[in-house]
Design a protein around this ligand. Structure first.
Ligand SMILES: NC(=O)C1=CN([C@@H]2O[C@H](COP(=O)(O)OP(=O)(O)OC[C@H]3O[C@@H](n4cnc5c(N)ncnc54)[C@H](O)[C@@H]3O)[C@@H](O)[C@H]2O)C=CC1
Ligand SMILES: CC(C)CC(=O)C(=O)O
Ligand SMILES: [Mg+2]
Length: 361
């Protein structure tokens, strides 16, 4: 089979980790007799520098022409000041919206070898395997009106609006129920229904959908409690479904349970199964250009790309097994190393995963 993959390295550590993703895909092609044709596009700060906009039309056209997209990360201090429409994050939000990528799957899985790197006690996280499903194209990141305006007294006011339609809630709710059905049959819907009208509608829709999924045990939790429960007793969760802002925050929190944010992959899918794949973390400007970034979140995102968008389950299993193998061998980047363990560079970790893939059965 032949597939077209769009690479969007982005900013900061993005180019370093996407290079490892490309290298891994080349090894996957060799091992599983697949063919990948790569294209490259600009998104975020690098796109602002080159074209004056964070999401050039050409990038969107390349994405629409691809079978799947692999993204690094966008953003950095260089672009943080200036007009809001020229922020790198606008490019990321823009491409998610334009491609209709409303379902963001963020699995948080603890590899047993990393129990010592987790911020929680080993007995609290042992066997951790949860999925956070984040609504990705609605809510406060997109609602209007937004902006900073001037009040009659001359002082300024910042404004953002959280909006959710019933249809938006229903489609992500169905994603949650469908995934819970394929896993442990437990779905926790996280909202703030005691305060927000959007959350009241969210809860109402989830309860209505629940009657169509009698085999799934649906529970509800307020987001503040959910944040606490995630670090108190994370294994009480199987699948969590929540809105955009809450999912953004909770998934960074879940990352630390697995040892590092450098371990968390994600898939952002639309109704047709088309997807963009990216690590959960950002562009990490503090370590950019130093070969210190952990590429495993990106390489696990490659596995999700193979599984969800290309239907290449054997290759996806091969990549996940290769990541598990390097961790079993004791190979670590700085973020997941505990005292005394030797530390690999980004490239060396990528090479190790490729070698493990080639050696794997
Ligand atoms: N999807 C995306 O493109 C995202 C972009 N951002 C952008 O990234 C920039 C930096 O944001 P921050 O809040 O600092 O979040 P961040 O996730 O980039 O970094 C937070 C911390 O985690 C570390 N870290 C992140 N990824 C790592 C990896 N693969 N290996 C080892 N350590 C890693 C960083 O060094 C830093 O100390 C900002 O411009 C922000 O807007 C933030 C989140 C997501
Ligand atoms: C532009 C932000 C919403 C990026 C981010 O933090 C994320 O998607 O996790
Ligand atoms: Mg985030």
């Amino acid at each position: 089979m032949s597939y077209r993959i769009l690479l969007l390295p982005g900013d900061g550590i993005g180019p370093e980790i996407v290079a490892e993703g490309e290298k891994l895909l080349a090894a996957v092609a060799e091992k599983y007799a697949l063919e990948f044709t790569f294209s490259r596009g600009l998104l975020g700060g690098c796109a602002i520098d080159a074209t004056g906009t964070p999401l050039p039309d050409e990038t969107l056209a390349l994405a629409r022409d691809a079978d799947a997209v692999l993204l690094g990360a966008v953003g950095g201090a260089k672009w943080d000041v200036g007009p809001a429409h020229l922020r790198p994050e606008r490019g990321l939000l823009g491409i998610r919206k334009a491609l209709g990528l409303y379902a963001n799957l963020r699995p948080a899985l603890l590899f047993p070898e990393l129990a010592g790197a987790s911020t929680l006690k080993p007995e609290v996280v042992a066997g951790l395997d949860i999925v956070i499903i984040r609504e990705l194209t609605g809510g406060i990141y997109f609602g209007e009106p937004r902006g900073v305006g001037t009040l009659p007294d001359g002082s300024r006011e910042g404004r953002n609006t959280m909006v959710y339609s019933e249809a938006e809630i229903e489609r992500i709710g169905r994603t949650g129920f469908d995934i819970a059905r394929r896993r442990g049959h437990r779905l926790c819907s996280v909202d703030k229904a005691n305060v927000l009208e959007t959350s009241q509608l969210w809860r109402e829709v989830m309860i209505r959908l629940g009657s169509e999924y009698p085999d799934v045990d649906l529970s509800h939790m307020y987001v503040d409690n959910a944040a606490m429960q995630l670090v108190r007793a994370p294994k009480q969760f199987d699948v969590v479904v929540t809105e955009n802002l809450f999912g953004d925050i909770l998934s960074d929190c879940a990352a630390m349970l697995t040892g590092s944010i450098g371990m968390l992959p994600s898939a952002s899918l639309n109704q047709t199964g088309f997807g963009m794949y990216e690590p959960v973390h950002g562009s990490a400007p503090d370590i950019a250009g130093q070969q210190k970034a952990n590429p495993l979140a990106t390489l696990l995102s490659v596995a999700m790309l193979l599984r969800y968008s290309l239907g290449e389950a054997a290759a996806a299993d091969g990549v996940e097994n290769a990541v598990a193998a390097v961790l079993r061998q004791g190979l670590r980047t700085a973020d997941i190393a505990v005292a005394g363990e030797p530390v690999l560079s980004t490239v060396a970790m990528g090479d190790a995963v490729v070698a493990a893939l080639r050696a794997g059965g």
